[in-house]
Write a protein that binds this ligand. Sequence first.
Ligand SMILES: Nc1nc2c(ncn2[C@@H]2O[C@H](COP(=O)(O)OP(=O)(O)OP(=O)(O)O)[C@@H](O)[C@H]2O)c(=O)[nH]1
Length: 525
Amino acid sequence: MYKEQVQRRILTVLVILSLGFLSLEGWMTWMRNQSTQELVEYRQTFLQQNLSRMVTRLGTTLRSACSDYSLWTQMQDFSKKLDRHWAKVNIDTSLPEFGITHTWIVNPEYKTVYSFIVDSLPEFEQPLQKDTLKSVKGLNFYQGFYRYKQAIFELAACPLHSSDDYERLGEATGWLVLAQPVGEDYLEQIALLTDSKASIVFNNHLSPSSTINNPWNIRISLPFRGASGQPVAFLTATTHLEDLKKLYDASTQLIIVNGFSIICLLFLTYFLLQVWVLSPLKQLTNSLDKNTASELKTLLSRDDEYGRLASLVNDFFRQRDLLAAEIQKRGQVMDQLAQVNLQLFDNARLDELTQVANRRRFDEYLASAWNSAISTGNPIALLMIDLDFFKRYNDTLGHPEGDDCLALVADVFRNVVKSRHDLLARYGGEEFAAILPLTDEAGAKVLAGRIIDVLKQAEIPHPGSEFQVVTTSIGVAACSPIPHQNPEMLINMADKALYEAKRRGRNGVVAFSELPKTVDEDINQ
Ligand SMILES: Nc1nc2c(ncn2[C@@H]2O[C@H](COP(=O)(O)OP(=O)(O)OP(=O)(O)O)[C@@H](O)[C@H]2O)c(=O)[nH]1
């Protein structure tokens, strides 16, 4: 089974691209956060610096204004005008691009307020006069006395205008409010003057703070210090970074849309690769796997590289089929040739007249059976079969009849010598031989006797023979050969026995073992 490497590689590339793009997205997000953070910090710093500058300038100017403060006028009007929101005064300064709002907050709990104002306030005993506190160096001041948590405060409020000394801060409108605790008696004096007992709950009090209460709303408070260096008021500025927030949200959206688009793009890429590359590739490999061109049908109609490839594979299959048919045909021819060869081989080892094995086949088979007997230790026997008075047969009946007789006798012998291991051969002329592997002398003698009997029963007429029918004499020899002995020995033994059978009157069987001892010695010499 092969591995689908192409698909795996494409997926790997797509995964790497995804990771790359996601890293890019991460980097973009980080950069966005970083630059936003820098902008926020920049604005914060700017705000802080600006506030510091304002506090310094306001302090200087107020100090100078308060030093000229000599008349208490419009007290009653001011008291009436004050509402409970007086303590929180908005100053719209010149930072429109940042949308900064400043808020002055007076903290009555700071006793130092008094120490700041005391240098510049007139004596309390000084009679208050109307319309004298209208303007001091371009600044209008109002004053009131109020009660807060059992304490009484004197409050000075300074409206801020764009035309005043803070014009460098831009359009500045609102109030600066300062406070100092005062005694009951002082209040009573004022009440007498104003004919009213004013009191107000300082409920809009805010604690000074310097926080960024959310990323898009910076609030900074700076202390407004009195002569002794203690904070007497706080200038609070807030800026709403809506523009930055919009930018931030837009970039977030962009990053999300980008990420989504990239993922969609990668999926689309994979889909297209699947359709254009992998699917036809699979068809091709399937076709080659299944070893058939049937899978190539749809590919063959294409006019691109896959169509060409499919056509080449198709050609390859066709040529392979042709080649296979050719190989099969040649195989058949080879089989036929082998059969002919076998036939030729057999023919070369067949006696034409009698259709039994010829002398060459006899020699080959005897050698092979002999070696096999040596290696297995089994016995092997040999019959030498010689027709009796055959010269006379030829002489009386003619040579052609002699041939027919030999063929007839061979048929008779073949019916007797028919064991799978035995071989009947024409040894030469009118002499036959039978090689009998795995047979000892006794067994061989039995078979030889049967040959004699069957031939006699065949009753082939032989006018020249004293038996009147064709008969044969058989010499039998058998042994269990050992290495270095050769089959000629067995032939000689059978020959000797045959000679003895002839000598004893023919038409009979003589075994080599029946011969006198001297013959045996001759053979072994
Ligand atoms: N027709 C024919 N005769 C053959 C053939 N081969 C050998 N002969 C004859 O067989 C005869 C053998 O004669 P001999 O060797 O004298 O032996 P015999 O006449 O059979 O006498 P004994 O063997 O002693 O019984 C010869 O006359 C050969 O010509 C053959 O193929 N065809």
